[in-house]
Ligand binder design. Structure first.
Ligand code: HEM
Length: 232
């Protein structure tokens, strides 16, 4: 793919960060999340007389979307491993607090003053430190937790009969809903922060075409690499 950066001597593959399998997983996941949130909120909050979505339909939609999300997630775990994309999710602990601070400072202060991103996308590291932390927690903890608790709600006979004095299904339901809230919060912040590329659409364009169109770091000794070690 020719683009305005080709003159810098990069190959178009240098800009290819999101393979097709990952984009399919991601957009299916995003769509299913929206359906799960809509049907979950409807079942939880609306009255039986005036439902947002009729209860039976919301329940069916929630169950079918949950099953599809589980299959899609299993596919992500396998493809993430086989493709090597899992390496992007291995936390780098060196100077982690300094690097997290730099990124948080940028989101809370620097970006409103037009400062440059402290970390640029590179082949070695496509996520900034906060993104990496959030993605690891969401993808490897919250999604499996919400799936696991969803399976227990789907097959209540599998839930413990008694948990800390409650009927076993009650704590499972509270846990499922709490993780659901946290995932919803993640999604809102994730979409908002995704608008903070070099242009509003840059990151969305990347997740649709596979190619990152903004600045990438190709030189290992660059400012970006040194700030990755916590030295701005
Ligand atoms: C409408 C909803 C969503 C939109 C518009 C959206 C947008 C994006 C964009 C633009 C990117 C590429 C830039 C980046 O890495 O930040 C991205 C990556 C990512 N998103 Fe989303 N997202 C949505 C929902 C979700 C949900 C619900 C999850 C998980 C619960 C999720 C998890 C991820 C992960 C893990 C990546 C990095 C994938 C990789 O490169 O390995 N997204 N998203």
């Amino acid at each position: 793919m020719e683009n305005k950066h080709s003159s810098l001597g990069e190959s178009h593959l240098d800009r290819f960060f999101y393979p097709l399998w990952l984009r399919i997983w991601h957009w299916l996941n995003a769509g299913l999340f929206l359906l799960l949130i809509a049907s979950g909120v409807s079942m939880h909050f609306s009255s039986l007389e005036k439902p947002l979505i009729p209860f039976e339909a919301a329940s069916l939609l929630h169950n079918v979307s949950g099953i599809l999300l589980t299959i899609n997630y299993a596919w992500f775990v396998v493809a993430n491993f086989v493709s090597g994309n899992y390496r992007q999710y291995i936390p780098v602990f060196k100077n982690i607090f300094a690097r997290l601070f730099l990124q948080a400072r940028y989101y809370l202060y620097g970006m409103f003053r037009g400062e440059d991103h402290p970390f640029h996308i590179s082949r070695k590291r496509k996520f900034n430190p906060l993104q990496q932390l959030a993605y690891v927690v969401v993808v490897y903890y919250f999604i499996p937790f919400v799936i696991g608790s969803g399976i227990l709600l789907f097959f209540p006979e599998l839930a413990p009969e008694n948990f800390l004095g409650f009927s076993g299904i009650t704590p499972v339901a509270i846990f499922h809903i709490s993780i659901g809230y946290m995932l919803t919060f993640f999604m809102v912040v994730h979409v908002y922060l995704a608008t903070h590329g070099e242009t509003i659409w840059e990151n969305f364009h990347g997740m649709i075409t596979g190619y990152h169109s903004g600045h990438i770091e190709t030189h290992p000794q660059s400012k970006d690499e040194s700030s990755k070690e916590g030295k701005p």
